[in-house]
Design a protein around this ligand. Structure first.
Ligand code: GUN
Ligand code: ZN
Length: 427
């Protein structure tokens, strides 16, 4: 059944970091059919062209591509907002004990469903997740996402040192298990496998080498890891890899730097690291609520965008303190302000949709509203609380109307979510 959705339809025709608001379009309606967007434009025109379409009128609500969260750890759902630690202590105290529980498929399935409920009710329709070392944790999230029709990326998190017994694999088992999971899930419907060494402190050179080989053999896969998140972590990497030129080199020399590489955090980069990341057109993933929550530092958005880096936005649940990409945009704004650069709402929204889709090399499929794109949509109430409504009432343009929602809204603003052309959440 064809649907005609009316509201304030936001899309992008360019990158607002370079073209400003000229990169944006605001239209009145779109038509979806069989999971795809087939037309966008003026409401009367589309009604006339598609008379059989069932019409849904969202009034003044914003209709956008669903949010794309480019870096999450779904197994950390239950330990979100754990108090008082910095990165390494936080991993040891909260993360590793929780991740241990995912050897149990039924626990993994429970958390996978809960994570999907939470992220979808916050308007996120696609995400790229770390799992745990357990293959069960990968099966759980892919199965749950497949049942909901969601386009997701995920991979087994590989660790063969500096993690507790029960949470370590080996170079060989990481290679073999990742390979089997890749065969099972990569490119099946809307699921994509991501090769996932957690970060160089928890992998031996042998494991990094093995995963580099797996990536070389499967170049259509993305590869995700963490890079230069916290200064103490960087010192630790130096001591573990005394001959490496820098943190990035611990990946680079094992074939883990490339197009299709996703590098989470990327806060404390050297000039060489920035140059190499740019040269290979790798993706940097900004995780602002995590970087403030764990006390990691300020991502240099403006400088990195100006230099032409590919950048996505992410919650980093549960190092990040929210499931919401609205809250994440607000944190990106605040981090920008602390670096003396005010990100425009069009830039923040772009990062959470097109930017993350580009980071995942999927901007031809998701992250925007245009004919031929997959019908993953979020309908956002721009007056979802009295505080937001009274601020928005004074807005003189669409960006002033959107910004209070970016800064102050939560899941109450998410009126409806469409995944693959079907309603996945309503309130
Ligand atoms: N570095 C290595 N593992 C993790 C993780 O789970 N969360 C964050 N924020 N950083 C990491
Ligand atoms: Zn992470």
């Amino acid at each position: 059944m064809m649907k005609l959705l009316k509201g304030r339809v936001l899309s992008y025709v360019g990158d607002p970091f370079f073209e400003g608001v000229a990169a944006t379009r605001l239209e009145e309606a779109l038509v979806i059919h069989e999971g795809k967007i087939v037309a966008v434009g003026c409401s009367d025109d589309l009604s006339a062209r598609y008379p059989a379409a069932e019409s849904l009128d969202y009034g003044q609500a914003l209709i956008s591509a669903g949010f794309v969260d480019a870096h999450v750890h779904y197994p950390q759902t239950a330990i979100i907002a754990s108090w008082g630690k910095r990165l390494i202590d936080w991993l040891n105290s909260y993360t590793f004990p929780e991740e241990m529980r995912f050897s149990n498929l039924s626990y993994a399935e429970t958390v996978a469903e809960r994570y999907l409920d939470l992220t979808i009710s916050n308007g996120t329709t696609s995400f790229c997740s770390y799992c745990t070392i357990h293959p069960e944790s990968v099966d759980a999230i892919f199965s749950a996402a497949r049942n909901r029709g969601a386009r997701i990326w995920a991979g087994k998190t590989c660790m063969d040192r500096n993690a507790p017994e029960g949470l370590r694999d080996s170079a060989q088992s990481a290679y073999e298990q990742s390979g089997r999971l890749l065969e099972k899930w990569h490119g099946k419907g809307r699921t994509s496998y991501v090769i996932t060494p957690r970060f160089s402190p928890t992998s031996t050179e042998e494991q990094l080498e093995a995963l580099g080989q797996l990536w070389a053999a499967n170049p259509s896969c993305l590869m995700q890891t963490h890079l230069s998140e916290q200064t103490d972590e960087i010192e630790w990497v130096k001591s573990l890899f005394p001959t490496a030129r820098d943190y990035l080199d611990t990946y680079e020399r094992h074939g883990l730097l490339g197009t299709g590489g996703l590098y989470g955090h990327a806060i404390w980069l050297t000039e060489r690291e920035k140059d190499r990341l740019k040269e290979v057109d790798a993706s940097l993933i900004h995780c602002p609520t995590s970087n403030t929550f764990i006390g990691s530092g300020l991502f240099a958005m403006q400088a990195l965008k100006s230099a032409g880096h590919r950048i996505g936005l992410a919650t980093d649940t549960g190092g990040g303190s929210s499931f919401s990409m609205l809250r994440t945009m607000a944190a990106a704004y605040e981090v920008g302000q602390l670096s003396h650069s005010a990100l425009h709402p069009s830039e923040l929204w772009w990062l959470a949709t097109v930017g993350s889709a580009k980071a995942l090399r999927a901007d031809h499929l998701i992250g925007n509203i245009a004919p031929g794109m997959e019908a993953d949509l979020v309908v956002v109430d721009l007056a979802s609380t009295p505080a937001i409504a009274q601020a928005t009432a004074r807005a003189e343009d669409i960006w002033q109307a959107i910004f209070p929602t970016i800064m102050m809204a939560d899941d109450r603003a998410i009126r409806q979510v469409w995944i693959n052309g079907k309603i996945a959440h309503s309130q």
